[in-house]
Design a protein around this ligand. Structure first.
Ligand code: SAH
Length: 222
């Protein structure tokens, strides 16, 4: 008997291994080095994170709409952020702001101990909880809330990853960063955003730019 649930989990019939290999090759050509991250891009069935009508485009290296005016991040961006977060990472706990459809969460989940993820749109959060459960991902805690506030209860975090752009680094997120922790987030106005990595050193925060990106805005408040 065919187990359709696990077949769809593995993406059989939807997308071939060849399509996924092509995406992985493209990310490699565009500078993604981490084999653990590339392996995750190959494994995570991205077509299950978008509407069925868009499933055939799920392994293109582009952002796609997920409803509510939001998008699933471009695979290259997810790979770059994950790689930057995990490079030399010794910690275990990660705060994610902007859960969306949960693609970034799913890529990161097997590579860290625990993810605490915050989203402000209830409908997206509800669907994503179910989706990650269906994919047997259990090391994620979800919160409906305003990402500008972080999630103090479980902080400080060894890593913080933000999937929406702001003009400035949210002070509350910097405060919730553990010593030697790092925060990865897009900063700047539309059209001029850069992906920034901030490291918390003993005396100060160190900022490095990882290049130009394009994200939806980190909305103020609920
Ligand atoms: N991580 C997703 C991308 C999500 S797009 C992926 O892997 O594809 C950015 C998400 O941030 C949207 O779902 C949006 O609703 C959410 N967001 C925007 N402002 C927010 C805020 N202040 N607090 C929490 N989530 C926010």
């Amino acid at each position: 008997m065919i187990d359709t649930r696990s077949a769809s989990k593995r993406g059989i019939g939807m997308t071939s291994a060849r399509t996924r290999d092509r995406l992985v090759r493209r990310l490699k050509d565009n500078g993604i080095r981490s084999s653990a991250v590339l392996e995750q891009i190959r494994n995570v069935p991205r077509h299950l994170f978008v509407d069925e009508a868009l499933a055939s485009r799920a392994y293109e290296d582009t952002a796609l709409p997920i409803g509510h005016g939001q998008t699933i991040s471009q695979p290259w961006v997810v790979a770059r952020m994950t790689e930057a977060l995990l490079d030399g990472f010794e910690g275990q706990r990660v705060l994610e702001i902007g859960t969306g459809c949960g693609y970034q969460t799913a890529v990161l989940a097997p590579l860290v101990k625990e993810i605490f993820t915050v989203e402000r749109i209830p409908e997206l959060l509800r669907k994503t909880k179910q989706r990650l459960r269906d994919l047997d991902i259990y090391n994620v805690r979800f919160r409906l809330g305003d990402g500008w506030q972080g999630w103090p209860k479980y902080g400080p975090y060894d890593g913080i990853i933000v999937a929406a752009a702001a003009d400035e680094l949210p002070q509350k997120l910097l405060e919730q960063l553990a010593p030697n922790g790092r925060l990865i987030m897009p900063v700047g106005p539309p059209g001029r955003q850069r992906l920034i990595m901030v490291k918390r050193l003993p005396e100060h925060f160190e900022e490095v730019s990882l290049g130009a990106v394009s994200f939806v805005p980190l909305v103020k408040g609920m």
